[in-house]
Design a protein around this ligand. Structure first.
Ligand code: 5RP
Length: 227
């Protein structure tokens, strides 16, 4: 089975969780695109309506195209359910997000959500977090911040767009850290967050309630262990 088919299966499964009238957070990325497509199908064929809070301009546009209502996060109450993608998920359901550049809005939406779900294909499951960690940073002084991160051995580089550094939907820059295994994710998250100029990082630790994993042999749902 090809990867896009797995992504579609995860998106379709997550869409079964959506109930009419919900306030719904909608993530960003190629897997979420299938979720939005399925929302559109349910809207057309079943009359499904939801107050959708998008995590990026891209997702807002796709939702509108699918016929869904798009709402301002400041105009809704708590978000009932948010469905988003992820770049890597460890066995404790900690994850890395943001390679699509939308991590700041994604984290804000996630933090205002009652039930937070990721949809991934099986390649995203990893024994421990490693690889690219994305940071959204203010433009001012970002060159100095890059040097500071370099001196700490964090292998930073600006994410590039078509004409220079990529800009987020909040007009900030993105710095990607290219890391090996992250031995202590909580320590790194605190360290990154306290650096002046860093607005947010793409480590989503202990946030997700459920992960829908599309595998070659079917869809698996992994739920957060209750403490
Ligand atoms: C965007 C994200 C995406 O959810 C993440 O990058 C996964 O994307 P995809 O489904 O395309 O692999 O965090 O900021």
């Amino acid at each position: 089975m090809d990867i896009s088919q797995l992504k579609r299966e995860a998106g379709v499964k997550a869409c079964q969780m959506v109930e009419d009238g919900m306030t719904l957070g909608v993530g960003t990325g190629s897997t979420v695109a299938y979720f939005i497509e399925e929302l559109g199908r349910r809207h057309r064929e079943e009359g499904l309506c939801a107050h959708c809070v998008p995590t990026s301009i891209r997702s807002a546009e796709a939702l509108r195209k699918a016929g869904m209502e798009v709402c301002d996060i400041d105009k809704v109450g708590r978000i009932d359910l948010t469905v988003d993608g992820a770049d890597a998920v460890d066995p404790d359901l900690n994850g890395l997000k943001g390679l699509g550049g939308a991590l700041l809005w994604e984290k804000i939406v996630a933090e205002n959500t009652d039930h937070y779900v990721w949809i991934v294909d099986e390649r995203k499951l990893v024994p421990s977090l490693r690889g690219k960690v994305c940071l959204e940073v203010v433009k001012f002084g970002s060159g100095r911040l890059l040097k500071e991160l370099e001196e700490c051995g964090l292998n930073p580089s600006f994410k590039q767009g078509e004409n220079g550094p990529a800009l987020t939907d909040s007009s900030n820059y993105l710095i990607e850290l290219d890391l090996g295994e992250i031995k202590d994710p909580a320590f790194l998250a605190t360290d990154l967050k306290q650096r002046t100029g860093v607005i947010e990082h793409g480590m989503f630790l202990g946030m997700v309630d459920e992960v829908i994993v599309a595998r070659e042999n079917g869809v698996e749902i992994i739920k957060k262990a209750i403490a």
